[in-house]
Each structure stands twice: as C-alpha cells, then as structure tokens.
Design a protein around this ligand. Sequence first.
Ligand SMILES: *[C@@H]1O[C@H](CO)[C@@H](O)[C@H](O)[C@H]1NC(C)=O
Ligand SMILES: *[C@@H]1O[C@H](CO)[C@@H](O)[C@H](O)[C@H]1NC(C)=O
Ligand SMILES: *[C@@H]1O[C@H](CO)[C@@H](O)[C@H](O)[C@H]1NC(C)=O
Length: 463
Amino acid sequence: MKFISILFLLIGSVFGEIINTWENIDYAKVVDLSKSFVKERHIIKAINTGSEPASTYYFAIPKNVSESIAFSFASTIDASKNEVPMDSHIDEIEGGVYSVIQLPFPIAPKSKVSFAVSLVITNQLEPFPRKQALGDIQNLVLTTNKAPYSAYPTKSYKIRFQGPSSAKEVKTIGATDPFGWELKSLEGGFSYDVTEESFAPYTESPVSLVYERNLPLPYVKDLRRDLWLSPRLNTLQVEEHYDYSNKAAELISGFSRADWMNKRMSTKSSPAITAIHFPLYKGVEIKDIYFTDLVGNVSTSLVMENNLIVKPRFPIFGNWNYNFTVGWTHKLSDFLREDAEDKDEYLLEVPLIGGSTDVVYEKVELSFYLPEGAEFISVQSPLANTDYSISEVYSYLDIFGSHTKVTLQFENLVVDLRNVKVGLKYRYTLAAYLRKPIYIGLSILVALLSYLGITKIDLSLSK
Ligand SMILES: *[C@@H]1O[C@H](CO)[C@@H](O)[C@H](O)[C@H]1NC(C)=O
Ligand SMILES: *[C@@H]1O[C@H](CO)[C@@H](O)[C@H](O)[C@H]1NC(C)=O
Ligand SMILES: *[C@@H]1O[C@H](CO)[C@@H](O)[C@H](O)[C@H]1NC(C)=O
C-alpha cells in the first residue's frame, strides 16, 4: 500500500493535476435506499497537509457510479451546520472521474475544512432475484463501495445506510473482502462496524447488499412534456406522453388476472405499478384533466389530496411497458411574471418535470409552444449540458401563422428535480396575434441557474 501511495504521489506531482494535498480526517458516507434510486451523502472534514494554500478538492467517483449520476452537488458546512453551495463540476482527469470542488477560499496549510458532497445515482439497484412469482416479496441488491474511495488518505471513517432496517451481504465467488466488518441495525437503517482507522487513497471494496423493498422501480424511458401557452385564453395546457416501465422483478410465469384477484394484490404493496401519482402545486388551478392510452380514453383518474392519480388499464409488472398520455389545463397567469421595465416581456416559470413521487426518467423532452405572434427571447435551464432547439410549428388553430416551439432535452433525471424550474422569456403584445409572427432567430441562452435551482432540490436524506 505504501508503495502504491508513494507511486501515486510521484505521478500526481510530476504529471498530474491532482496533488495529494489533503487528508480526510473524518469521513462519513450515508447511503439512502428509501427510493428507487440511490442518494449518497459524503460528509468530509479534510486537512491541508501540503505546504501551500489549497482551494480545490478532487472528490473521486468510482467509474461505474460516474456513468449513472443524475445529479451531484457540493456544499460547505460551517460551525453551526449551515450549508452553502460550492462550485463543482464532474470531470475526467487522468483516467479517473472526479467532482472538482472549488472551496470558497484557499485553505492554509494545516487548516481544516468541512463539506458535503451529495450524489443522486440511478441504475444501481436491481431486483434479486430478477424473476419471482406473483405475491413474492421483492428484494433489491445494491453494489457499492464499502470503504472510502478517495483521492486522499482517510482516517476515521463511518458508513451508514438509511431506509431498510437490515441487509445481507452477498459474497461474490472468488472475491476476497479485506474488511470483515459486521452489519448492525440502527434506528431507521443499518451500518457497518468499521474497525480500521486509516485507509489508503482509492481503496476499492465493492460489496453487494441485499435488502427487502417490495415496491416498484418506476422508470420512464421517454417523456414528452408539451406546454401550450395561450395569453388570450389565459391557459397553460400541459400534455405529457409517457413511455412508462418498471425495473422491478419480472413475473416468473405469465400474468394471470384470476391469480391477481384471488391474492387481492391490488390492495397490497407489491412490485407492480397500479397507480401513478402526479403531485399538484398548491394554490394552482387545474382543470380539463384527461388520460388516454393506446386503446383510448381511460376513465380511472381522480384528484385526491393534492394528487392527480391515474390508474393504468393493467398492473405494470417488471419489464412491462405502458404508453399513455395525460393532460390538463392551468391558468397561464399562475406561472407568469411580467417584466417590471418592459410590460410586454414575460417570464414563464414551470417545473422541469411534473409527475410521480418516485421515478427515474431516462429521456425527457420539454417543449414550449409560444403564443402565435410571440417573440422568443431566451430560455433558462437549471441543468448544465441541456440540449435545445427552436423551430416553427403550425397547428389547426393557426390562422395567421405559426408558433415558435422551443424544446429542451434532458437525460437521466430523477423525481427530486421536480421543484426545479425552467424559465422561458418572451415578448408578447396584445396586438401580436393579428400580425404575422416575426421569427427572431436569437441564440438560445441556457443559463446555469445552479444555485437557484439546486437549493430547491430535495437532497435531504430521509430520516
Ligand atoms: C464496478 O464495476 C466492476 C466491473 O464491472 C465491478 O467488478 C465492481 O464490483 C463494480 N464496483 C461497484 C462499486 O459497483
Ligand atoms: C411507446 O412509446 C415509445 C416511445 O414513444 C415507442 O417507441 C413505442 O413503440 C411505444 N409502444 C407501443 C406499444 O406503442
Ligand atoms: C373521455 O372520458 C371523459 C370522462 O369519462 C369524457 O368526459 C370525455 O369526453 C372522454 N373523451 C373522449 C375523447 O372520449
């Protein structure tokens, strides 16, 4: 180990960007397993062991985790436990993946800094086994690093899991575990009894943990979310087209409706999806709700306790698909802000995604259809690397011309981003719909509203 660290130091200082200037003197990893995706929080207290002030911390991310990160976020923690967001971005450096964190100020040699890194990770949970009979209780398996995986040496390490009250380690044949730590139950979760007091940089110790979670793993392969703005009618029409699926355990034999009824499955929690909830926004009017699928109009939708609940025609089991469309109408004015200086300029702010309480989205296409005659000014996306396009579309309503359509494309989103807003700025004058619209080919502005957006994301871990 010592040899490897020395070698690393040499390589790091001669060629690399990552200079071994930190030591983690306290490291706590908390893994939240209460949803269908994984949230990790790494709370680190580090000391600058170098001879120069340091202001960058390279937070190492294992390769297989880095490919599935929906979101990452870093914040400093002050003495009274307040958190302030820090600048961070994910980058590949010297073959490794890191969240490159800019500390708010340079940390002097021998001084300490405390911060937290939160990661929201998809594709880490799998049913175990992959197939089971109707009515069987589902288990999930998580593969994670048990030891601290860090670019720097670590002392005093803790790891804790939240959600399930217990788990079992599954041994991989041929794999050796350098750490024979015991699992123990805690209030609201479980943890490992860590016995080591120091860890070399980049200690890898993958472990597979199996725990009970008899709920679906809802998964949207594709969501097309269309928003039609009409100032004349004061409406914001929302139409969402879903390609909905479930990553839960598959049925070992075919589906039998009789069996489903006999076991009274619809009244129990199970890995099948029987209803989809769309939380509604407080104080926002909603009307003209419809819900259709490939067969036609589905009558089973209702609004209850601030949720629009739609019931698919059949339970969606593991690896089954259900395509449906759901739509409704809001008051446009509930989402609009007029510019204080220019009364003809408007800012529309809408949530990035709308639905469900626990779901992962593989692809999301969010389109705004501007009112006829409106001039598009800019769009503000809360997420980096947003793909976008602007086009002109005609609809049967268009008498004089076309609508400007602005489309944003996202990948790998989770439901926690539902309070994050996308902003659309446009100019619209009362007489505009009488005129032929002028297509203003302004370049799109994808502003990184990182702080604004991030503070609205639910990165808190369930208690
Ligand atoms: C990462 O992937 C490798 C190869 O697929 C696997 O051996 C290892 O266990 C994985 N580690 C984690 C933490 O998932
Ligand atoms: C469901 O929607 C997806 C994406 O729009 C499409 O590729 C797929 O063919 C649809 N499935 C069916 C059964 O129509
Ligand atoms: C769909 O069902 C609703 C409620 O049952 C009804 O009001 C509506 O007219 C139906 N729409 C179509 C297109 O059949």
